[in-house]
Design a protein around this ligand. Structure first.
Ligand SMILES: [Zn+2]
Length: 211
């Protein structure tokens, strides 16, 4: 068994699919954010080094991140591989990763930008009970009155507006496109249609990664 890398734009349901992959393969999920938090909590040498960068408001350099991943891969639950989420972000990181761990498949969840914009924009929630609605797909029965609690205070997040979503998508594509090509050249990129029902995306991934 070897590790899996998961890519997906914001709003593509990557978190849900990560859970499906973990259930199917038994691999633990490794995200750099969680790993950094764990290293800081454990107070390891690398953790402290990472902390010094973060406190200075600087990016944690690749050498530290790679060191942390190397440490993480030594742990018992990682012996059959892991599911990398949010890593690698650059070709330099991918090359470094190659020296630590064999990557079996890189799953790229692909959804047209227009569909992501449609999904994310138009979301709103009830300030009282947290019920989530969508202007187009799941509106309240009475405009701006919560179906669950009859609350009248609807919350629309400022970062869910179209310009913000489009610039996040652009940043994602700029970052991911070279990596996708790099992994594609290695013959291990699995492009999955993310523009379908959640269960169908999951089965496409599961059959693609070979169980
Ligand atoms: Zn409510």
């Amino acid at each position: 068994m070897a590790s899996i890398v998961l890519f997906g734009p914001p709003g593509a349901g990557k978190g849900t699919q990560a859970v499906a992959i973990m259930r199917k393969t038994g691999l633990p999920q490794v995200s750099t954010g969680d790993m950094l938090r764990a290293a800081l909590a454990a107070g390891s040498a690398l953790g402290l080094e990472a902390k010094s960068y973060m406190e200075a408001g600087a990016l944690v350099p690749d050498s530290v991140i790679i060191g942390l991943i190397d440490e993480r891969m030594q742990q018992e639950d990682a012996k059959n591989g892991v599911l990398f989420d949010g890593f690698p972000r650059t070709i330099a990181q991918a090359e470094a990763l190659e020296n630590i761990e064999e990557i079996k498949v890189v799953v790229s969840i692909e959804v047209p930008d227009e569909r992501i914009v449609e999904r994310i924009c138009g979301r709103y929630s009830c300030s009282d009970c947290g019920a989530v609605y969508h202007e187009k797909f799941n509106p309240t029965s009475v405009p701006d009155v919560c179906d669950s609690c009859a609350g009248r205070q609807m919350n629309r997040r400022a970062d869910d507006n179209e310009d913000t979503v489009r610039s996040r998508l652009q940043a994602y594509h700029n970052q991911t496109a070279p990596l996708a090509e790099w992994y594609s050249n290695k013959g291990i990129l699995l492009r999955v249609n993310g523009d379908q029902q959640i269960e169908d995306v999951a089965s496409e991934i599961i059959s693609g990664i070979g169980g």
